[in-house]
Design a binder for this molecule. Structure first.
Ligand code: ZN
Length: 192
């Protein structure tokens, strides 16, 4: 199976990244200025440069008895009604393993143990949302299955069966790749 780690949900090359921003430090209207090798929104008053970077996130393939746990995205959330792996953004003061366990618990009610890293993916989702996602394999060690946070439903799906309508191509890809290749990934830091 072909390895794929970059996913575009829209034509990001045609995106105009320079929009009408106001300085987050002083409130002045930003202007376009060269900084660090490309044009960026910069503040003419205090000099603050608005660097744009993808948001770091985690996605967790929770596996049990040849099944994977998926959540149905809640009404009002991005991609509502579609299904995805438990996932979320990493807090500034949080390591990615802690973030993964926290997201699993918040979204599914389950306590998980992370086994390995199976991929890292770039997702160009919308003009305002680009993510870099560390994909982890985990298993359940406790808790009770219950949808929380941004999900309306959580359910185990057989790897060999039909998946529901998925929110992200990256999730479909990694689920298929995991099942087709039984990829083990690399072990994670046991101290976290
Ligand atoms: Zn400023």
């Amino acid at each position: 199976m072909k390895v794929k780690q970059v996913f575009s949900a829209y034509n990001f090359q045609a995106r105009n990244s320079l929009c009408n921003r106001y300085c987050s430090a002083c409130g002045e209207k930003c202007v376009k200025k060269e900084a660090g090798g490309r044009e960026r929104d910069s503040c003419p008053s205090c000099g603050f440069v608005h660097y744009e970077n993808p948001s770091p996130a985690v996605s967790v393939l929770l596996v049990k008895d040849e099944k994977v746990l998926l959540g149905k995205r809640a009404h009002g959330s991005f991609k509502e009604g579609l299904w995805c792996l438990p996932c979320g953004f990493i807090e500034f003061d949080e390591d990615f393993l802690t973030a993964a366990r926290r997201e699993v618990q918040e979204e599914t009610g389950l306590i998980s143990e992370i086994e390995s890293i199976i991929s890292v993916m770039s997702n160009y989702l919308t003009p305002n949302l680009h993510t870099l996602v560390v994909v982890l394999v985990a298993h359940v060690i406790g808790g009770e299955l219950c949808p929380g946070d941004d999900l309306d439903e959580v359910q185990w799906f057989s790897f060999s069966g039909v998946l529901p309508q998925m929110a992200f191509e990256a999730d479909e890809n990694i689920i298929a790749r995991y099942w087709n290749t039984r990829i083990k990934g690399i072990p994670v830091d046991e101290d976290f």
